[in-house]
Design a protein around this ligand. Structure first.
Ligand code: ARG
Length: 578
């Protein structure tokens, strides 16, 4: 259950009963400090002000209408008119028992929505590099959380598989084939090398460049030979992507690929429809849309270019077609785009235009979930020592190697196979967690040392915390299902832990609402901290009373399950031992 939402509804209803207009926000939040109770309602002052009443007097009236049943044992007015709510330990204990007895941890399933999630979406001309990491792992965490809540997710890997760069690549592939170089396919296995070689020919040889341009035209005109080479090329490129997804434990499959080329046949229609609605304006031969709300600094309107003078279509054109597809064919309620923050203006423009042109229903919520840049330790965009782009696969292999050394130093009892497995979970988990734990909109510094630390809000810390809780059960030799005594929250640490456990739902609700998995990371980190506090203060296996021991074991069990589920929603594999 979402305690915050429940309290918010109750306080909001009491406000209305006390005379506030319908829809007045109650603004119930988790309290920042225990002396302010467990939750506080911050909406009273604003409401009273609008009604011209004294806030404390209004709060008094409100309390007369507030019935929290058996949830709270103390509700008080504080300061200028805050309402502090102290939850009752018995009530929390009952909720915790319910979570324990349910394999979905008693998380409510909201009315299911159909959610299209556009993520990863690399350009196939090049091998995946670190710039695609953020979209891939943040998007995947949100997808998993949406699915856990019962929403129907349609993953869309909007790969860049169509564009002028393909002419260059096809020309190079053609050249290699003509030269009878059978290793062509082999060279292709390193796409970076291939791309660079093609680019070099393009820059150095005018004939090659001309051929490249011809091939783009032929490709776009549907020439079978070109299409065949293009498919071959994409096939190899995509297989590289999927190697990375697999290593990263990312849930994208080949069926989720819906690249730019898939919308090719719709583009002329997009232009025709915009034209028919009188939205198109010719500007130096190009077809553009001018929307008043997008102005340059000098006040002139910023155009959205739909078709170039030479007839070529643009990124925006494809996105318009894709939005229409997401609305009409996929029938989405929400469409989320996990794409670099630097594309924010592009998305603002195409979203506004899609609504204006009626390409999507008003109800379809189009949301750009932008993210910042991953920087190196020098604070600049992450690069190799020599200034090149870093291939994602190399970075991941390095993370596993570093984790291997680390795990081996800490504990040499493991055999080689176990070490490898642990190193994989720790290394990949560290890269993912370091990214997921920051708010997506901020830039962050990629540092192996920081992400592999066993202290702080890191994957190694979280994975270790999980193994510790899980090991209590192994040591006890007890099955969680056989714990019969009721859960009792007698000590403050027990109550604090139980309350945190019951805030899992409000945490994941924020993750899916804002497309922001860092809420879940922070939650898990705090949960692990509260568990440590509980563990120190409240002996479990050495508790004298068997009822107390069982009750504490139940709390430990719920903690382990919550940690495991949380890490699972983040796409991070847990270990039973490390
Ligand atoms: N391929 C693009 C890039 O690498 C990202 C595509 C994002 N999705 C979209 N519908 N525009 O920048």
């Amino acid at each position: 259950m979402n305690i915050q939402a429940l309290l918010n509804d109750k306080v909001a209803a009491a406000m209305v009963a006390a005379g506030a207009p319908e829809g007045t926000p109650a603004a119930v939040r988790q309290s920042a400090r225990p002396e302010f109770g467990d939750y506080q309602a911050n909406g009273v002052m604003g409401a009273a002000k609008r009604m011209g009443q004294n806030p404390r007097a209004f709060a008094e009236t409100l309390l007369g209408h507030l019935d929290l049943g058996d949830m709270a044992d103390k509700v008080e007015i504080a300061g200028p008119g805050f309402i502090n709510i102290h939850l009752k330990a018995d009530w929390l204990a009952v909720q915790a028992e319910q979570a324990l007895s349910d394999d979905h941890l008693a998380v409510t399933r909201p009315a299911p929505q159909k959610v299209v999630v556009d993520y990863s979406s690399p350009n196939l001309a090049k091998e995946m590099h670190v710039g695609h990491l953020r979209s891939t792992i943040i998007g995947d965490a949100v997808v998993r959380t949406l699915e856990f809540l019962g929403h129907q997710v349609v993953r869309q890997n909007h790969v860049g598989d169509w564009g002028t760069q393909f002419g260059m690549l096809l020309a190079y592939l053609e050249k290699l084939k003509a030269e009878g170089k059978d290793q062509a396919a082999m060279e292709l296995s390193d796409l970076e090398v291939f791309y660079r070689a093609a680019k070099q020919c393009f820059d150095e040889s005018p004939d090659f460049a001309t051929r490249a341009r011809e091939l783009v035209v032929k490709l776009q005109g549907g020439d079978e030979d070109c299409l065949k080479m293009w498919r071959e090329f994409n096939e190899i490129s995509l297989s590289h992507c999927h190697e990375v997804y697999q290593k990263l434990n990312v849930s994208l499959t080949r069926n989720d690929v819906m690249g730019e080329s898939a919308y090719n046949a719709d583009l002329a229609q997009v232009v025709a429809d915009l034209d028919q609605q009188g939205l198109l304006v010719e500007d130096q031969g190009a077809k553009c849309v001018f929307l008043d709300e997008f102005k340059n600094k000098d006040g002139s309107i910023l155009p959205i270019i739909i078709q170039k003078a030479d007839g070529g279509y643009l990124y925006a054109t494809t996105d318009l077609a894709a939005m229409r597809h997401r609305d009409r064919v996929l029938k989405a309620d929400r469409a989320l785009y996990f794409v670099d923050q630097r594309q924010a203006l592009h998305f603002k423009q195409v979203f506004a235009l899609a609504h204006k042109a009626g390409f999507v229903r008003d109800e379809l919520s189009l949301e750009h979930m932008g993210f910042g840049t991953m920087n190196g330790e020098d604070g600049r965009p992450f690069k190799t020592r020599s200034g090149g782009t870093v291939k994602l696969i190399d970075l991941l292999v390095e993370a596993e190697d570093k984790a291997y050394q680390l795990v081996k130093e800490r504990n040499s009892d493991f055999d080689e196979a176990e070490l490898r497995e642990i190193a994989h979970a720790v290394g990949i988990g560290a890269v993912k967690y370091a990214d997921l734990s920051k708010h997506r909109s901020s830039d962050y510094i990629f540092s192996f040392d920081a992400m592999l630390s066993f202290e702080g809000n890191t994957a190694p810390y979280m994975l270790y915390a999980y193994t510790r809780v899980a090991s209590i059960f192994r040591k006890a030799g007890i099955e969680a299902q056989s714990l019969a005594a009721p859960l009792v929250l007698a000590e403050p640490q027990e109550k604090a832990l139980a309350q945190k456990l019951l805030q899992f739902e409000e945490t994941i609700d924020s993750v899916v609402r804002e497309g922001a998995p860092h809420y879940l990371c922070l939650y898990l980190f705090e949960l692990a901290g509260l568990f440590s506090g509980f563990y120190e203060a409240c002996p479990i296996l050495s508790a004298e009373d068997q009822g107390v021991r069982d009750s504490r074991l139940k709390l430990a069990h719920l903690t382990a399950r919550t940690l495991k589920l949380g890490l699972d929603l983040l796409g991070i594999k847990t270990l039973e031992r490390m």
